[in-house]
Design a protein around this ligand. Structure first.
Ligand code: SF4
Length: 265
């Protein structure tokens, strides 16, 4: 196996510009799927090629968004696309308000007013995001958590819950009370990568998300060159680490591994 970090071999164009790195829901979700993917989204100049299935799901979400807007406009005929000033006025519904807090930026969503007190006054907002699937995934919940987290920073009040609108306008309520403790460690890690204070890429660990990932080709090529153990079918991250630890100790000539150990593993 070649020396660490292998990723720099196939992707030498890691951006040196760390001044304008914005952390979006896409990067947060990527971090949960595969830390290396999030690192590359933040730091690589080559953003890979989007998988056709992912493009299709985004297209479904876009169509669902248009359908949902029609429903909102029927219920709230005066609704309009908002800006962050509208947040402080207290309108009942806001569409597509840009949610930004320092280096965090949440994607388009619908905001509904609640009577929970916030820095805006005797009201605050809860977020609704629109997706293109029938089944709600944990990635979509994490995306909503991120929107709630950014909104919570802006209004100094974490929303109690949010909503995901799936295909056929099915609504799914999600508690957001875990947003801070879920997001803060992820955001801390992403900030260290973004500002360059931690510049070593995470290791390539091929996983079930790889087949949909835009960086798949580069990772597979590099993993093959490195004889990466994660290429083996169904091997778990824990198991890979066990193998790597064992290989490291063996390289130091530790006489602790018997044939029986190998058979058991
Ligand atoms: S291809 Fe796999 S290992 Fe590489 S960045 Fe994507 S998910 Fe991570």
């Amino acid at each position: 196996m070649s020396g660490y970090p292998p990723i720099l071999i196939w992707r030498p164009q890691i951006s040196q510009d760390t001044m304008t790195q914005i952390i979006t829901h896409e990067i947060v979700v990527a971090c949960a799927q595969c830390p290396l993917k999030a690192f590359l989204l933040l730091r690589s100049e080559d953003q890979g090629t989007q998988h056709e299935y992912v493009r299709l799901i985004e297209e479904h979400a876009r169509r669902n968004w248009i359908r949902y807007l029609d429903i909102i406009k029927q219920e709230h005929p005066t609704v309009r696309f908002g800006n962050d000033v509208d947040l402080t006025i207290g309108k009942d519904v806001l569409i597509d308000v840009p949610l930004t807090f320092r280096d965090l930026k949440a994607d388009s969503c619908v905001l509904y007013k609640t009577n929970q007190v916030s820095s805006f006054g005797n009201f605050s907002y809860t977020p609704t995001i629109i997706v293109g699937t029938h089944q709600i995934t944990k990635e979509q919940k994490l995306a909503l958590l991120f929107v709630g987290y950014v909104l919570g920073k802006m209004q100094k009040q974490l929303p109690l819950s949010g909503t995901i609108v799936g295909a056929d306008s099915q609504t799914h309520k999600v508690d957001l009370d875990s947003a801070d403790r879920t997001l803060e460690p992820i955001v801390d890690t992403l900030r260290r990568w973004a500002d360059g204070s931690q510049s070593t890429p995470p290791q390539i660990i091929l996983n079930k998300h790889c087949s949909l990932c835009q960086f798949q080709k580069g990772c597979l090529d590099q993993a093959e060159k490195d004889d990466n153990l994660s290429l083996l079918d169904r091997i778990t991250t824990k198991k890979i680490r066990q193998y790597q630890k064992k290989a490291f100790l063996q390289s130091l000539s530790f006489p602790i591994f018997s044939n029986r150990d190998d058979a058991e593993n």
